[in-house]
Design a protein. Structure first.
Length: 388
């Protein structure tokens, strides 16, 4: 049988991270590679109670087809928890926030469309955009976020800017208030839409991040959020908030993709969110992740003291960004690290254009503190042996 594939299929690539995770399944590997929330944070008792309650009180609807927009009470709960005035009619419940990226790509990108991203940016967004055959351009970025002057120079005819202002994946950086204000004002002046992705914004360690970009210009932004990092990723529940002019087409794309996000999962999460559960639960995640971040920072300082190895200090989220010594390519070096029993994600796949071959991403939330100490020591030993 001759299966003729669409041209866009050739643009699809496997997730580099998913391929690396296969390596980490080897016994004894300490993985700093996956962007997986810690299973120790999953509210299993609350899920069990919610599951029983939904089946007891609302089983027929929970097990039936549902509205493509999402379960009404959950849409209202999303609107209520956001820090600006959101009409629940603008909330679309998605099958993970990754689906939100896919819907946006289908609705906003034509072949050859110009799309702007940070340097570096989220690999999953590049995967979602690429099949639509855009021209993706990187905007210069530093520790404070997007370089607004470079954005202005490259913004002509762009369909949108994709940005993760809070504890970014992969770098862990947070856009400052001053940079957000300047970016929002410039985008509004240029008529440049912004797609704001915020899966990590609740995971701050000491102080909350500044106000979202969408809160400053709701009609000029699409906002993406997720329940994966504050409840559990296996539920595959995310959401987007869209301007009224854009919402109908996103809804049509959602209908074509999967009709609706699972009715049972939506009701279960809606039940769990009743009362002040999230206000009690999320701080426990923050405390655990902060302890693990601190452990990784301490281990890096201790083990990499004499090595030309640099790293940043994220203020929240799940990742930090590091750089190997001169002359070591993170892709090529990964095999040697794995031989020592530790894995990471090379930084190159996160760059839309070019990139730093020495860069890498370390996730600190899945391993225990003891594993972090052993893993960082193993990475340092692999570097020392390589340099010798």
């Amino acid at each position: 049988m001759n299966w003729t594939q669409a041209r866009r299929a050739a643009k699809m690539n496997p997730s580099v991270i998913r391929e690396i995770l296969k390596v980490t399944e080897k016994p004894g590997i300490i993985s700093f590679a996956g962007g997986l929330p810690s299973a120790r944070t999953f509210p299993k008792t609350e899920f069990a109670a919610a599951c029983a309650a939904v089946l007891a009180n609302d089983a027929d609807a929970a097990l039936q087809y549902g509205a493509s927009e999402g379960y009404g009470p959950l849409r209202q709960a999303v609107a209520d928890m956001l820090p600006w005035d959101v009409n629940p009619d603008q909330v679309l419940i998605t099958t993970g926030s990754q689906q939100g990226l896919d819907l946006i790509a289908k609705i906003l990108i034509d072949e050859g469309s110009k799309v702007l991203v940070e340097t570096p940016t989220y690999l999953g967004a590049l995967q979602a955009f690429t099949p639509m055959e855009p021209e993706v351009h990187s905007i210069c970025s530093d520790d404070e976020g997007i370089d607004v002057a470079d954005l202005a120079a490259k913004a002509k005819d762009a369909r949108f800017l994709y940005v993760l202002p809070n504890f970014q994946n992969p770098t862990g950086r947070t856009m400052t208030e001053a940079r957000r204000a300047a970016l929002s004002a410039k985008a509004k002046e240029l008529g440049l839409p912004i797609v704001e992705d915020n899966p990590y914004g609740d995971l701050w360690f000491d102080t909350p991040p500044p106000l979202p970009l969408t809160a400053r210009n709701p009609d000029g932004c699409v906002y993406l959020g997720s329940f994966s990092k504050i409840l559990a990723p296996g539920l595959r529940l995310g959401f987007l908030v869209a301007p009224k002019a854009l919402y109908p087409k996103l809804l049509q794309a959602k209908q074509a993709a999967d009709l609706h996000t699972p009715s049972f999962n939506q009701r279960m999460v809606s039940h769990v969110m009743q009362g002040d559960f999230l206000k009690r639960h999320v701080p426990t995640i923050r405390a655990q992740y902060k302890e693990q971040r601190d452990a990784m920072l301490a281990a890096l300082k201790r083990e990499m003291a004499e090595l030309d190895f640099t790293w940043n200090m994220p203020l929240g989220g799940m990742f930090l960004w590091a750089r190997l010594p001169e002359g070591i390519n993170a892709v090529d070096f990964l095999e040697k690290a794995v031989d020592k029993g530790v894995a990471y994600v090379p930084g190159i796949p996160f760059f839309a254009e070019g990139g730093d071959p020495r860069s890498l991403r370390l996730s600190f939330v899945t391993p225990t503190v003891e594993e972090i100490n052993r893993g960082v020591a193993a990475l340092a030993q692999a570097i020392r042996e390589h340099l010798r």
